[in-house]
Design a protein around this ligand. Structure first.
Ligand SMILES: Nc1ncnc2c1ncn2[C@@H]1O[C@H](COP(=O)(O)OP(=O)(O)OP(=O)(O)O)[C@@H](O)[C@H]1O
Ligand SMILES: [Mg+2]
Length: 262
């Protein structure tokens, strides 16, 4: 029988980590025109939920993440983390950007150690944390290298390690695996699910890969073209570890592709 996805705005019951309520965004372009990037958006994430966002290029996915990270103001509406409005970046909210965002003057190890350092950890603790997460992303031997000495995919892995080493409660990830080879991508997808379970991390994850969304997510947010709005939210009721050979996996992927195309 084909998989019938259920459609929900949020699961009732457990505590809300993130509440995006009535948020819209219009930019003023360099030519002085108003550009509506995001229509009214409502989304709630519960503790330890993994929510993926898919949608066409330019529909406001990165804008939504940047607003959630406190890097961009909301035009209307509000965004709350644990019941408190997000008005500036917070330590509990981590972000992996779509572009590589490492500090070029710091070694790979010292980039990853930044979060623990800001938290006031001893040098030994910071190094230990950085080494643990560098090992996770397969870059231990590049700990003393500098970002310009790495490939694009390697830099992105450092950025992922840096975000994880900060042990965020809410992790915002903007196409974090886009630049990786297929093998590394699958490995990191698995590791991310494990970390998410182990540390009860809540994740809001943007991806262009429908397959990746179905593999990872508890719920998938499908967005419309610009100005972006949430077209549909689908619950993925498949147990982990998910098998890409499962007929329900394929049916759900197909359903999402049709939603994106319609
Ligand atoms: N600072 C800005 N000033 C003006 N317009 C902006 C700014 N940032 C984003 N936009 C516009 O807002 C819209 C949404 O951009 P955004 O980066 O959020 O899209 P996206 O969904 O992340 O796209 P992609 O999948 O290509 O990364 C785009 O039309 C973009 O041109
Ligand atoms: Mg983007």
């Amino acid at each position: 029988m084909p998989h019938q996805p259920s459609e929900t705005a949020s699961d009732a019951g457990s505590a809300s980590v993130l509440a995006i309520t009535g948020v819209e965004k219009t930019f003023l372009t360099s030519r002085g025109e108003r550009l509506k990037a995001l229509e009214t958006t409502n989304l709630e994430l519960k503790v330890n939920e993994f929510v993926c966002v898919v949608g066409p290029s330019g529909c406001g996915k990165s804008t939504l993440l940047r607003m959630t990270a406190g890097l961009e103001s909301c035009e209307t509406g509000s965004i709350s983390f644990m019941g408190t409005p997000v008005v500036r970046p917070r330590r509990e909210i981590g972000m992996v950007f779509q572009e590589y965002s490492l500090l070029p003057w710091r070694s790979v190890l010292d980039n990853v150690a930044m979060g623990p350092e800001f938290a006031g950890g001893s040098r030994a603790d910071c190094v230990r944390a950085a080494e643990e997460f560098l090992q996770l992303v397969g870059l231990s031997e590049f700990a003393q290298s500098y970002p310009h000495e790495l490939s694009g995919g390697m830099r992105q892995r450092v950025a992922i390690a840096r975000a994880l080493a900060n042990r965020p409660e809410l992790l915002l990830m903007d196409e974090p695996f886009g630049a990786l080879d297929a093998h590394t991508r699958i490995l990191l997808q698995r590791e991310l699910l494990k970390i998410c379970q182990k540390h009860a991390t809540t994740i809001l994850f943007v991806t262009h890969s429908v397959d990746e969304a179905v593999y990872l997510a508890d719920r998938i947010v499908v967005m419309s073209p610009r100005p972006g709005r949430i077209k549909r939210i689908l619950s993925v009721d498949l147990p982990h570890p998910r098998s890409r050979g499962d007929a329900r996996y394929a049916a759900l992927s197909q359903h999402i592709l049709e939603l994106l195309e319609s």
